[in-house]
Write a protein that binds this ligand. Sequence first.
Ligand code: GRF
Length: 212
Amino acid sequence: MKVGVLASGGGTNLQALIDAAARGALGPAKLAVVGVNVDGCGALERARQAGLATFVVDHRAFADRATFDRALVAELRVRQVELLVMAGFMRLVTAELLDAFPGRVINIHPALLPAFPGVDGQSQAFEYGVKIAGCTVHFVDRGRDSGPVIAQTAVCVLENDDEDRLRQRILEEEHRLLPAVVRAIAEGRVTLEGRRVRVRAAIADETRLRSL
Ligand code: GRF
């Protein structure tokens, strides 16, 4: 399954996908292209270092979001992308993009949705005083961080935590969760029933579980 990744920033989630692919942990998923809207961002550098195909589409060059999305779709289609992963992509997408990849656009969010959508979910949770924070991988729909939840990881807020330490621990869990979800989708183990997403365990895990 050809995977396209969209990013805007440092690209550590992209790096987690690159590293997972290198150790064979993405199953049949293959990173086909990395697209960024910010030229020179860390994600672009990481993609180039990994020898991946890349493109830069600067959103400021477009009159509106729909036109920008059409340009993204054109680039992704050229590389026959089948699954689109938003790994720190800081633009709201429109139906132009979602309709081009129905049920095949996912996003990683640094909070336990539906709590704390939008930017800086980590600091929203920290400021709120939650005891359990975490991250979410979800299907992207036309809302803001409102699509069906695929998987989540909880991260305890420690008594001596400050926001940066919490942010780092959440990020480490993001780096585990996102590759696992990409692999599960590529292995056909993810199904959507209404808003509920079923993720069947990896065959190896099922075998291990049965052997217990
Ligand atoms: C991550 O925390 C992700 O959850 C959020 O933006 C951040 C991107 O970080 N959407 P990176 O660019 O992957 O390092």
